[in-house]
Design a protein around this ligand. Structure first.
Ligand code: GLU
Length: 496
């Protein structure tokens, strides 16, 4: 039998857990996109701590199905903290949660619909449908199935089957209006006459999304469907299906589009789309969650920093917004900085590990301390700390810069004993030494300070830009720092 022990045929299991039951139902066709995961986040949060968040894999489009996507999606959700109470891997009372493993249920629903006349088999060939569409387009009519197969007699259907003709099942869209009170958009009314007779079962034996998700949302006791506004025009068909099957529909919340900064629908040309790419760019899951929550929700206050559990407490259908949301990466960067600074140094060190492969855990924490106040993304760090992991050996010209060789060497030799001391004292003592060197030359003092500090920076890091010198010495350790300074001094003396 398909279905867990509590799901018998098309009856909802009694007493399913959770006051609210919301699901995320991705079609595994590629990578999980940020726009898509936003509906997962909303469903997770709106399930509230008392409800259940369900993951269902909608893999009935076999042409677009990509088996690797399933694990990628699960990994992305887990990384974001959107753990599911029921679904693949964890199971639950409505298992299985993968549609391709539930085919008999859809077949049973389709049979029931055909038996009551709410749906009908259709044998039209692809060629005929194309010709039909072309003719409709040529006459300026909307392209729609002409119900050629609606009135076939039983004998005619059998003859088609005997001839081995591929068969689909179509919904017979009834006359009248469909209306519902959308939880985001308010009252929606559509004229059924505008709707095509939707294919419910395909000739490959798989259901379309339209049938499968209605059956599953019903059997899984889904109370609220949160999905992208693109599905709005299909909702009347779904309501007709619920009605024809004698089921009560869930509440619908159609969330607005996510737009790029140019106000066009967010897509590849705006940059990264996949959650995985955002992870690789060094965004924290906390920041991404916080950011995505605001793409269609607002707390109604000035507060802007929320963690996932706060969002789950606070998010409500009433505060979902109907106007399109703009994906502003600068805001994401800002929130990422906020979340980076909220971590302890040890926690940041742990997050940095995947950006600094091969770096020992003992080194990660000084790195974390060094970068915590300076970065917005974790992927900035490898560049900032490169000096600590590669040997630097700048030549005399590069070291000296605009200073005279003797002067640069003299300055550097005085710095060597300073790095051997307490790193907390390094900056004040270094400043004193700089002051000695700039005395009596107020005009050019600033430029000279910069040049003097530059010699030390180049000697220690071989970089023009680096973290503060005390952090550099902290990371290198005083031994290595001292060695680098001595070697630089030798270079200057040899090259001068
Ligand atoms: N599988 C559909 C999608 O990925 C789900 C839409 C829905 O949430 O109902 O778009």
């Amino acid at each position: 039998m398909i279905g867990g022990p509590e799901v018998a045929g098309l009856d909802v299991a009694a007493g399913l857990p959770g006051t609210r039951r919301l699901r995320f139902a991705p079609s595994p066709t590629g990578q999980l996109h940020v726009g898509n995961v936003r509906t997962a986040l909303f469903s997770y949060c709106l399930a509230t701590p008392e409800g259940r968040f369900i993951l269902r894999i909608e893999d009935t489009d076999r042409e677009r199905y990509n088996p690797e996507s399933v694990s990628e999606y699960m990994e992305a959700l887990t990384w974001l903290g959107l753990t599911w109470d029921e679904g693949p891997e964890v199971g639950g009372p409505c298992a299985p949660y993968v549609e391709s493993e539930r085919l008999p249920l859809y077949r049973e629903a389709a049979n029931r619909l055909v038996a009551t006349g709410a749906a009908y088999p259709c044998f039209c060939t692809r060629d005929r449908l194309e010709e039909l569409r072309a003719a409709q387009r040529a006459s300026g009519l909307p392209t729609r199935y002409d119900r050629h197969c609606l009135h076939l007699t039983k004998a005619e259907r059998e003859a088609q089957r005997a001839a081995g003709r591929p068969e689909v099942v179509r919904l017979r869209m009834p006359p009248g209006e469909s209306s519902w009170n959308d939880l985001v958009l308010g009252l929606q009314t559509f004229d059924n006459a505008e709707m095509d007779d939707q294919v419910l079962m395909k000739s490959d034996g798989y259901p379309t999304y339209h049938l499968a998700h209605v059956v599953d949302d019903h059997l899984m006791g889904i109370t609220h469907v949160v999905r992208a506004v693109e599905w709005l025009p299909s909702t009347p068909k779904h309501l007709v299906l619920y009605d024809a099957l004698g089921w009560r529909p869930p509440g619908f919340a159609h969330v607005p589009l996510v737009l790029g900064p140019d106000r066009q629908k967010l897509s590849k040309r705006h940059g990264a789309e996949a959650v995985r790419e955002y992870r690789q760019m060094g965004y924290l899951p906390e920041a991404l969650v916080n950011f995505l929550a605001f793409l269609g929700w607002s707390p109604g206050t000035e507060e802007e920093v929320f963690d996932l559990s706060e969002l789950r407490q606070r998010m409500s259908f009433e505060r979902l917004q109907s106007s399109p949301a703009v994906f502003d990466q600068q805001r994401l960067d800002y929130l990422n900085g906020v979340w980076i600074r909220r971590l302890s140094a040890a926690a940041l060190a742990a997050r940095l590990a995947e950006f600094l492969p091969g770096v020992s855990p003992e080194q990660l924490e000084p790195i974390a301390r060094m970068v915590q106040e300076r970065i917005r993304r974790l992927d900035e760090v490898p560049q900032l700390v490169r000096f600590a992991f590669s040997d630097t050996d700048p030549d005399a010209d590069r070291l000296r810069g605009q200073l005279g060789t003797a002067e640069a060497a003299d300055f550097l030799s005085g710095v060597i004993p300073l790095v051997a001391g307490d790193v907390a004292e390094l900056m004040p003592t270094l400043r004193l030494r700089v002051a000695e060197f700039t005395n009596g030359q107020p005009e050019s003092a600033r430029a000279r300070v910069r040049q003097l500090m530059r010699v030390v920076r180049i000697a220690l890091t071989d970089q023009e830009v680096s973290p503060p010198l005390d952090a550099v010495v902290d990371l290198l350790g005083s031994d290595r720092a001292g060695k680098r300074l001595r070697r630089a001094l030798e270079r200057l003396q040899a090259g001068g």
